[in-house]
Design a protein around this ligand. Structure first.
Ligand SMILES: [Ca+2]
Ligand SMILES: [Ca+2]
Length: 258
């Protein structure tokens, strides 16, 4: 895991920090998929430069920027009113111009033309921190997880994947793209057949030998009680024994519920 220091920004809206661990395509754990320096890109209405200091692990790679919610490609929206209202505080589909917080984080255009964050491999990780969030009672995090290539599910050389909110595990599971190996998602006992729960399969245009699904799209949503002004999300892969298995993220959206 990365060790990092995040400096809160005095900004109009909130600070967004995105980074990733090693293992992006073309990167190893030691060199990191995350080689860009700290850019500290402040944009609209902010005057102070901000830099996050990375310590161990990845070479540099954390990028800090402040955003009013539109500068990073994020879209904000809210329903009016108090209790019961919602506010989208971050949304990113990686199709257009991506804000400075993504510098150094691998991004890919699939053969289909779809653009997404990744591809991550082996021990690849991504993290995302929002701070200075307005008052809320719970948070909903939606994203698409792309499971690409020969994932082995719970078979030999099992391929595991985790999602954490504020350090708490929300999903720790295996995925399979081969019908000869089962997966833990969404059900562990008994194990689920490969591809169970997918929103789509074979839509990204990749081709691999020995797989049932070249790629699988899982549309995941998590709602948890949350009142802190800070929110950290971690996506962590632990892929074993396959050189071609990859994963990616798309359509990330964070919604506050009041
Ligand atoms: Ca996309
Ligand atoms: Ca494997």
């Amino acid at each position: 895991m990365l060790r990092k220091t995040l400096f809160s920004l005095s900004v109009l809206a909130m600070a967004v920090v995105i980074g990733c661990g090693g293992g992006g395509d073309g990167g190893s754990l030691t060199t990191g998929g995350n080689t860009a320096g700290n850019t500290g890109g402040n944009t609209t209405g902010n005057t102070t430069g901000n830099t996050t200091g990375n310590t161990t692990g990845n070479t540099t790679g954390n990028t800090t920027s402040s955003t009013t919610g539109t500068t990073t490609g994020a879209t904000t929206g809210s329903t009016t009113g108090g209790t019961g209202s919602t506010q989208i505080v971050y949304a990113q589909n990686f199709e257009g111009n991506v804000g400075p917080e993504f510098n150094g984080v691998p991004q890919t255009t699939a053969p289909s033309g779809q653009k997404f964050l990744g591809r991550f491999q082996t021990n690849g990780q991504a993290f995302f921190t929002l701070s200075q969030l307005p008052a809320h009672q719970s948070v909903t995090v939606d994203f698409d997880l792309y499971i690409i290539g020969p994932w082995d599910g719970s078979g030999p050389d099992a391929d595991r994947w985790q999602f954490l909110i504020d350090g708490g595990t929300r999903l720790n599971t295996t995925f399979s793209n081969r019908l000869d190996t089962n997966q833990e998602y969404p059900q562990t006992t008994p194990l689920s057949p490969a591809g169970t729960g997918t929103a789509q399969t074979n839509v990204l245009g990749y081709t691999f030998n020995g797989v049932t699904f070249n790629d699988s799209v899982y549309r995941l949503s998590f709602t948890v009680p949350h009142t802190s002004s800070n929110l950290r999300l971690d996506w962590i892969g632990n892929l074993v024994g396959t050189s071609e298995a990859r994963w990616g993220l798309d359509n990330i959206r964070v919604t506050l519920n009041r």
